[in-house]
Design a protein around this ligand. Structure first.
Ligand SMILES: [Cu+2]
Length: 129
């Protein structure tokens, strides 16, 4: 009986530990490569989520291909629902819940910086040559 209780406690600690790890890793390592880019009909779609910040913070796309930034909102009532990409003259309000596609056109090599309307939550899209 004692062994059973101990193994339950250990299992609980393991599951709890794994959960904490997976919760923290995307934010603690902003350089980690997240597979949030898909190519559909010759367009690459970069998918991020806006809510209390933008996730993932960093995306990597290829140059020379039409690119769409797809922003998901889900009960997003903070300022990330108003997104800006100053270098491209983009300013877009997002619905509290929904999917918004922003056409970025064909990109050349470099880094595109985006933020919420107040400039407080950043995200970036690295365009590889
Ligand atoms: Cu803000």
């Amino acid at each position: 009986m004692k062994e059973i209780i101990i193994s339950i406690v250990v299992a609980g600690a393991l599951i709890g530990g794994a959960f904490v790890l997976s919760e923290n890793s995307p934010e603690s390592n902003t350089d980690s490569v997240v597979n949030n880019v898909t190519v559909v009909d010759g367009k690459q779609i970069v998918e991020i989520t806006a809510k209390g910040g933008y996730m993932p913070r960093k995306s990597v796309v290829s140059s020379g291909m039409p690119t769409v930034l797809r922003i998901n909102t889900r009960g997003t009532f903070d300022c990330t629902s108003s997104v800006r990409i100053p270098s491209m003259d983009i300013s877009q309000n997002l619905p509290p819940t929904g999917v918004t596609d922003i056409d970025l056109g064909v990109l050349s090599q470099g880094t595109i910086e985006g933020t919420c309307s107040m400039g407080m939550y950043p995200f970036e899209i690295e365009v590889k040559g």
